[in-house]
Structure formats: structure tokens, C-alpha cells
Design a binder for this molecule. Structure first.
Ligand code: ATP
Ligand code: MG
Length: 612
């Protein structure tokens, strides 16, 4: 009995102790959590000056707002607010990927060369792939993308049609040794990507998986509150037969999109197909090829004017380096070469316009006077050039051009095809309607890969009839960190960022404008806590700063709703609510403020959900 009593008491004491400990931990957690939302204790190093190195607005504002800091070229630290914004994107992405039936996993960032040898990309990928050796002299790379690793998983783990379809994704840091890392988070060397890979038994099923991802991406970017467009796209180095890019529409976008005004057609200009009208059947006699002196006339316009013809009558010859080999490319004088189309036609890994001095060094041809007749290097032509009659072209001799140049008779290209940039004067390849050009930022890219990787890596499964078949794959990327930058490129003003509500690191900022007044401070503190209790993400600006600089910082950070507790509260018991995106301001009685603001925020989020 005695013993029992003793142990009973001991248990009680222990229980109380543990309860106290729990309460203490809870108190600490609350304090900790609260502190995290207090401006005075947070790391938000805003600056007034626009950093000289930042060319685009998202880069400027991310630096000025203390969201990111540069470590070195293309490498950034995400400070607390930057990370918070990126996590908002990642959360939406994860929710929608899971909703679409994909499963999250995490693959290593370091990848062995052997796997890349198997796919053939160790040779093909080029200098964007950062390669290195370990202490045993084994070769590795930092993952710029994960087709090889996921296909290796698939060949080990997916054996039967019964396991299909399967879609696996990760949210992970990628490394690409970009030739020109720039624009902050828009084009880093290290960046965060969500990449997903689907595996199906048939091409038809793979098409369904592709469509599911297309729909999921549409939901993701709608839920991010962004103005975007899915467009037909080039498949690039990842390979594959079919792809779409998701573009955030913004003036600073590096991509140009063509959009039909009449139908749904939208494409990246790298892909947009130029429809060639049937040649006009005119009976023009073919002239003799004649050499004429055109001293100092290197530009199409000058030559055309001098010879009294239109620029469209000139055959423009551009020298490109395709995998380091010089190639002459012909387009009509009033057209531009589309280098991605050229790359695809040549089947090259890399093409670039040859600098003038390189042209001379490698071909001994005079820049400004190069033409297709008797040219000693590989010649390719845009389809339209092949319809030209009696054109003007360089004579491959300094200060001279040829007139009466006719394709077929005077030159025969090794290859012809659609090589030029589409323009607004072209017609929609689907409905013939009028086209419009606009700029976009690529935030997502989906590909139908087919069996490229599964065949190379021998990732097969047993089909219903017991036969081994290669898995049919798709891959799907989202630049999670780039989405943050793109959102800012699309949504900002002279005062700073205007975050779409779903991506804002905080939904509401409460400004205490009476830090030296105990009552005001208490009221602001309570409003902040009430909003938090109502499930709102609030930043409390409790700093001992002038109102002016608090307003400036709130604008710079782009928090969608700003609430001020200050003089109006002291005199009339009112707080002021201001909307960042349009500056609209209302006053609310203090007692109703928390509930009313919480309702406003929640219904704004609800409105976005309703567009899905
Ligand atoms: P880009 O043409 O812009 O170089 P990509 O076609 O090489 O892009 P993907 O290989 O399709 O890109 O990668 C998937 C996504 O990753 C892209 O849609 C983009 O949002 C993002 N991304 C690609 N490269 C970068 C980068 N250097 N910095 C930040 N995000 C990037
Ligand atoms: Mg790229």
C-alpha cells in the first residue's frame, strides 16, 4: 500500500511536471511563431537604392525587398521572405500534382556519368552540364534535369502493365551552367524546379497522362493568380515529339509568342509554323545572272534601294555556326532567320550567328556580299526563297552583288524548310486568321517523350500479352523559383511588388503607427493576433520607424492588404485598410476590423478558386 501510494504520488508529480513542460513548450512555440511574424525581429533587409547589376524589375525588387541575396553569378540565397514566396508556389504545385494522381519522391542532385552515357546525353548536352570527378576519378554531373535517373528507377521498379500509369515528381534544386545567368531568379544557374515524369503502357495512354498534366498546369497557374497562356513549343535538348510551354505574359519575357486573334492557336515563335501561300503563277522570264558593283552596300535596304528593287526581292545570306561548322542560311531580304527552326532542320545541338571576324577567318567570304551562287560551304534555304524569281544576292566578292539570281538554276541548297521567324503579316496556320505577337516568360514546359529514354536505358514492362515493351514516357517541368520572378514581372508598379494574393509571403501587413503610444500599440497588437487567430497570414510592422518608411516598405514588399492602426484609431476608433493592387482605401471600425479583413482575404482567395 505504502509503496503503491508513493508510486501513485510520483506518477502525479511526473504528470504535473510533464504538463508544465508541455505548457512551457507551447508558450515558447507561440512566442516563437509570433516573433517570426514581427517585422522588428525578422530578416527583411530592404534597400532604397536600385542595385546597378539588376536589369529587370523582378531582380531589382527581389533585391530591394530583401527577398534574395546574390552569392555569385547565378547563385542566390533565398532570405525568409523569398523562401516564403517560393514555398507558396511549391505548395500549390504539390497540391495540384497530388490531385492529378502524381506521387512525390526525391532524387539525388549528383548523377553518375554512366547513366548519361547510356542515354547518349553525356556527349550531347553541352557546357550547361556541370561535370566533375570524385576522389575515385569517377565522373558525375549536377542534375540539370532528371530523365536518366527516373528512367533508371523505372527500369528497376516498373515491371508490369498493372503498375501503369505512374507519374512521379519532385521539387528540387537543379543546376545548369547557363551561358548568361541573369535577371536574378529568372535565369539562375541553380534554381528550383518541379519535375514530373509519367510512364504509360501505350502511346494513347501517354497522351492521356499528357492531357492530365496540361490540365493540372492550367489549374496551377490559375491558382497562382497569374495571366498566362499555354503555347505550342519546341522540344529542345530533352527530346520528344510534342510539347507545350506555359507562358506568363509580361513585357520583359525572353520568349516571343504568336497568338491567333480568331482561334485558340498560340505558339512560341521558335515553333510557329509559317504557312507558305501558293506561288503566284506569273509568266516572268528568267533573267541572266549579272554581276553589278555595289560598293559599300552591305545592308539589304541599301542594295535594294540602289538597284531599285524591294527588300523582298533580295536573297539574304547569313552565316551560322552549327556545332561549330559554318553554314550559309538563305531567307528573303525582309525576313529573319529563326535559329531554333534552323537548329532542328540541321539536327544540330547548337547554332549561333557567326561573328563577322569568324566568317572571314573560317570561310574567306566577304561579310555583306555573301550569296548562294557557287558558295563553298553548306547551304540551306527557307522555303520561301525557293519561290523567288530573278532575285538579288551577294556575289561572294567584295563590293559586288548579282541580279537575276534564280533558285534551282543558279544554286541548289542542301536542305530547304521553314526557317524564318513568323510575323504578324503571316496568317494563322490553323484558321488563317490574323496573328498577334506578345512576350512571355516560360514558367512551365510539358513534353511527350515517347520511348527515347526507355529504349536507350532498356526500361521495359510486360504488357497484357506477356511481351516486353518500352515504357512510354512524358516529362513535365515548372520553374518554381522562376514563377516568383515572373509573378513580379507581371505585377508591380513604381513603388514595388504587387504580389498576387496566393503567392504573397504574407496576406496582410498590420502597421503600428503609434509605437510610442501604449494604447495604440496594444490595439495594433491585438488586431494582429486576432487576424492570426482567424487564419490570416499577417506580418506585424512593430518597428520604431517613421510612418513614411513603413508605408514605403509595405508597398515594396507587395503585401496585398495593408492595415494601419494610428491617429485615426486614437481619435475615432477606426483602422485603415488599403489594397496594394489599386490603392483603394477604406476605414473600418476597430472592433469589426479583424473579422471584416479576414472575410475580405478569404473571399478574394475563393474568387480565384471559382475560376478553376
Ligand atoms: P529556357 O528556354 O528558359 O532556358 P528550358 O526550356 O531550358 O528553359 P526546361 O528544361 O523545360 O527549360 O525546364 C523546365 C522549367 O524550368 C522551365 O519552364 C523554366 O520555368 C525553368 N527553368 C529553366 N531554366 C531555368 C533557369 N536557368 N533559371 C530558372 N528557371 C529555369
Ligand atoms: Mg534552358
Amino acid at each position: 500500500m505504502k509503496l503503491e501510494g508513493h508510486s501513485c504520488l510520483k506518477r502525479k508529480i511526473l504528470k504535473v511536471k510533464s504538463k508544465n513542460k508541455k505548457q512551457k513548450t507551447k508558450k515558447y512555440e507561440i512566442k516563437h511563431k509570433k516573433q517570426k511574424m514581427r517585422y522588428s525581429t525578422m530578416l527583411i533587409p530592404t534597400t532604397k537604392e536600385t542595385p546597378a547589376e539588376a536589369e529587370v524589375v523582378s531582380h531589382q525588387l527581389l533585391l530591394r525587398g530583401g527577398f534574395i541575396r546574390k552569392l555569385t553569378s547565378g547563385l542566390y540565397t533565398y532570405l525568409p521572405l523569398g523562401l516564403a514566396a517560393m514555398q507558396k508556389v511549391a505548395e500549390i504545385v504539390r497540391q495540384e500534382m497530388n490531385r492529378a494522381g502524381a506521387q512525390e519522391l526525391l532524387m539525388p542532385m549528383v548523377q553518375p556519368a554512366d547513366l548519361w552515357e547510356e542515354s547518349g546525353r553525356w556527349q550531347k548536352y553541352g557546357p550547361e552540364l556541370l561535370r566533375f570527378t570524385d576522389r575515385h576519378n569517377r565522373e558525375y554531373c549536377l542534375g540539370p534535369t532528371h530523365e536518366e535517373v527516373i528512367t533508371d528507377i523505372a527500369r528497376r521498379e516498373l515491371h508490369s502493365y498493372r503498375q501503369l500509369p505512374m507519374n512521379l515528381y519532385q521539387v528540387q534544386t537543379k543546376f545548369r551552367d547557363e551561358i548568361r545567368p541573369r535577371f536574378g531568379l529568372m535565369r539562375g544557374r541553380e534554381f528550383v524546379m518541379k519535375d514530373a515524369y509519367s510512364f504509360d503502357a501505350t502511346d494513347e495512354d501517354a497522351g492521356k497522362s499528357y492531357q492530365i498534366m496540361h490540365d493540372a498546369y492550367t489549374r496551377i497557374f490559375k491558382r497562382c493568380g497569374l495571366d498566362f497562356r499555354p503555347v505550342e513549343a519546341d522540344s529542345g535538348t530533352i527530346g520528344g515529339s510534342f510539347s507545350h510551354e506555359f507562358m506568363v505574359l509580361a513585357k520583359t519575357g525572353e520568349d516571343t509568342l504568336v497568338i491567333c486573334k480568331s482561334c485558340e492557336y498560340a505558339a512560341n515563335v521558335e515553333k510557329a509554323k509559317v504557312v507558305l501561300p501558293a506561288p503566284e503563277m506569273q509568266d516572268v522570264a528568267l533573267q541572266e545572272c549579272v554581276k553589278v558593283a555595289t560598293p559599300g552596300m552591305k545592308k539589304v535596304e541599301r542594295v535594294a534601294e540602289f538597284l531599285g528593287v524591294a527588300p523582298a526581292d533580295v536573297i539574304k545570306t547569313m552565316i551560322y555556326l552549327a556545332d561549330d561548322e559554318p553554314v550559309a542560311v538563305l531567307v528573303r531580304g525582309d525576313r529573319e532567320v529563326q535559329s531554333v527552326k534552323l537548329k532542328n532542320l540541321l539536327g544540330a545541338t547548337d547554332v549561333e550567328l557567326a561573328p563577322d571576324d569568324e566568317v572571314w577567318k573560317r570561310t574567306k567570304l566577304p561579310v555583306g556580299y555573301i550569296g548562294p551562287v557557287d558558295i563553298p560551304i553548306t547551304l540551306v534555304a527557307d522555303q520561301e526563297v525557293m519561290q523567288m524569281v530573278n532575285g538579288v544576292a551577294g556575289a561572294c566578292e567584295k563590293g559586288h552583288h548579282l541580279t537575276g539570281v534564280n533558285p534551282g538554276r543558279d544554286f541548289t541548297p542542301a536542305m530547304t524548310g521553314d526557317l524564318r521567324q513568323i510575323t504578324t503579316r503571316d496568317n494563322c496556320p490553323v484558321c488563317g486568321g490574323t496573328l498577334q505577337l506578345t512576350e512571355g516568360i516560360e514558367v512551365g514546359h510539358i513534353f511527350k517523350l515517347g520511348t527515347n529514354y526507355s529504349e536507350a536505358l532498356e526500361a521495359t514492362f510486360q504488357d497484357r500479352d506477356g511481351n516486353q515493351q518500352p515504357l512510354v514516357m512524358g516529362c513535365y517541368g515548372i520553374g518554381v523559383s522562376r514563377v516568383v520572378a515572373a509573378a513580379i514581372e507581371q505585377n508591380h508598379d513604381n513603388n514595388g511588388i504587387i504580389f498576387p494574393l496566393p503567392l504573397a509571403p504574407f496576406q496582410v501587413i498590420v502597421l503600428n503607427l503609434g509605437v510610442n503610444n501604449e494604447k495604440t500599440t496594444e490595439a495594433a497588437e491585438k488586431l494582429y493576433q486576432d487576424l492570426q487567430a482567424a487564419g490570416i497570414e499577417v506580418l506585424f510592422d512593430d518597428r520604431d520607424e517613421r510612418p513614411g518608411s513603413k508605408f514605403k516598405d509595405a508597398d515594396l514588399l507587395g503585401i496585398p492588404y495593408r492595415v494601419t492602426v494610428g491617429k485615426t484609431w486614437e481619435k475615432e476608433g477606426l483602422v485603415e485598410l488599403r489594397l496594394r493592387h489599386n490603392g483603394a482605401t477604406t476605414t473600418i471600425p476597430y472592433d469589426d476590423a479583424a473579422a471584416e479583413i479576414a472575410t475580405t482575404v478569404k473571399s478574394a482567395l475563393q474568387a480565384i478558386e471559382e475560376t478553376l
